[in-house]
Design a protein around this ligand. Sequence first.
Ligand SMILES: O=c1ccn([C@@H]2O[C@H](COP(=O)(O)OP(=O)(O)O[C@H]3O[C@H](CO)[C@@H](O)[C@H](O)[C@H]3O)[C@@H](O)[C@H]2O)c(=O)[nH]1
Ligand SMILES: [Mn+2]
Length: 743
Amino acid sequence: MEGPRPKGCTTAQTIHIPPLHTVQLLPIVPFNRIFALVYLCAVLALFYHHLQTLLCSTTLVSFFINLILFISDLVLAFMWSTAQASRLYPIQRKEFPENLDNVVKRSDYPAVDVIICTADPTREPPMSVVNTALSVMAYDYPTEKLSVYVSDDGGSALTLFAFMEAAKFAAHWLPFCRENNIVQRNPESYFESNYSSSSEAVEIIKIMYENMKMRVEHVVEKGKIGDEYITSDEERQAFNQWTHNFTSQNHPTVIQVLLANNRSKDVTGNFMPNLIYVSREKSSTSHHHFKAGALNVLLRVSAVMTNAPIILTLDCDMYSNDPQTLLRVLCYYSDPEIRSKYSYVQFPQHFHGINKNDIYACQFKRLFAIQPMGFDGLGGSNNVGTNVFFSRRAFFGGPSNFISPEIPELSPDHLVDKPIQSPEVLALACHVAGCNYENQCAWGYKMGFRYGSLVEDFFTGYQLRCEGWRSMFCNPDRPAFLGNAPISLVDLLNQLKRWAVGVFEVGFSKYSPMIYGIRRLGLLMTLLYSQYAFWPIWSIPITTYAFLPQLALINQVRVFPKVSEPWFLLYPFLFLGAYWQDYFDFVSANGTFQMWWNDQRIWTIRGLTCLWFGSLEFLLKSLGILTHGFSLTSKVVDDEQSKRYDQGIFDFGVPSPMFVPLTMAALINLVSFIMGLAEVVKSSNLEGLLIQMFIAGFGVVNCWPIYEAMVFRKDKGKLPTKITLTAAFLTWALYIAASFIFK
Ligand SMILES: O=c1ccn([C@@H]2O[C@H](COP(=O)(O)OP(=O)(O)O[C@H]3O[C@H](CO)[C@@H](O)[C@H](O)[C@H]3O)[C@@H](O)[C@H]2O)c(=O)[nH]1
Ligand SMILES: [Mn+2]
């Protein structure tokens, strides 16, 4: 495996050009490697002890208890080993866009196509999609090289209307940003920030923005576009495509060029970027492959219209937070060597509006910020679906194995020589957006974004890596993009449930890292990808440790070594070692202690809820019993909910079955801790049960918000009584069953 190469540095030293980028191994690496070795010894010792106790089990019950603990620890050890793979070579990159002028002329900058996906105007407010689009249209980049495509899987005239308004507003907004050197180019966020409101120009543009917002929101609220909002015949014609039998699941392709960079000018007379609305053809009889399908259509439509060599894919809520980002990407892309080997540059997902201590751990620091450095050091960052700059060539076979698309117009080296609004171009674009176009094609299997998993981002990144592409991770100090995170527990758990189904679809397919990946990626990268592909198996040890030691404690059965036995020492070492290292990683990625505490709490909550439900859903799906699709994460904010969120209060609210096992765990831990404590007071003998007491106590502390939601709260976000009662009944049943078993 090739380690990191400080490429920019070497070039700089030999020919004395200031570097465009540098790369550095993280200073913590030597420590990580030594610690991994020490920890490994402890893990091996633990398994020696496990085998001993397993073989010496005296009764069937104790054999089964030991077996469950053994399996759980096996899963923990496996997950630990996969995490080590990311700790051995983590690297950090830096770019120097200020040096770009020495290397490339502005006129030689490559063209860039941006694809923004949206799928439902009720769950993804069009105004927020518009803001995302405006923020990227205003990139510091030659406007004639920039095209923004909006993929509307909701097939909604409301979204098209919002973008017609956006196109008009952009004529004011883009020059305003340029002339005033605005850094925050998402208008909503700009007006929310402490901008200097002294100038008249700011006030004027703010009023314009508010007017646009009012019109769009009014139309969205009414659900239809009143005549008074339609200002030209062209617009009317566009909306006429929504005939009476047009539904979001059944309609022809709609492609609307809203701005064209050879024709549309802003108010200062400069040309604007292309802005194109695309809603692919849908029919209830064909499979659409969710976001991956939408992205493949957009890959083809953009190829026909502009065919830029760089493609940025964005989720509708992920707006650009830094106008210089494209220049950063050029720092890499302007190097032909990198261009021929790298398939994408991934920027992390950062979020705005997260509450102070991030109670739901929505920042996913490990997934989005920490582990990508480890992936990158091994030759390729993971792909997280949005904020990623692809090389178009990467969608057509490996670096040395080009796969030709079925028509030459889709080839990455095809030159588009007609304007985007010409009838031939539009006709071909409509053709390649058709829902039967992909029949008997390699799209989704060997070309483009890959089908077969609800986490098409993870799957596609993994497949590109298997084909031999490298990729990189770029995490500048100022976040390049900011997005929304779920603000209620059930939204979060539903999102993660989809991820759980999606990763299992990779883990248990013929492309599993363990059988397909291992032959192509080497051991470390395979382990790292396995950590995600088998992510839901965390639920096994988490559930075991949330119930088993507690039920044993209630019945005064000891399942761990006594304090006086030397094996005892392994447990605090393994626990503290893992938690401490995790804490350290987290804090190094700008986390705080409270954030980390919440993060580890959510980790246990996931293990008891969405990971099980996701696994079950995957099983039912594999058996053909269930055909669940891509459930969108809601981006609509309920006022009351958002108030609770800002105060850091857990939001249960709806009676989701996922809350039942969680509540049961909370009850069992509380009961066992109290009963254990009573026993200690009575016989003042903690020696044998110390580890179990500790686990139950740790559980109780972690479950605090659940007790509150169960007993003390009256607001709408409290735990529904139905859930509390069901969980209480099941806990009681479990208690009775356990007392029979442990007898
Ligand atoms: O049929 C669909 C379904 C979704 N989307 C879009 O996909 C994006 C992501 O959907 P969201 O509901 O926000 O899911 P998240 O779980 O927040 O997204 C994460 O997980 C997804 C995979 O499950 C990745 O695609 C995303 O990039 C990644 O940010 C949104 O822009 C949607 O509009 C479509 O275009 N078509
Ligand atoms: Mn999202």
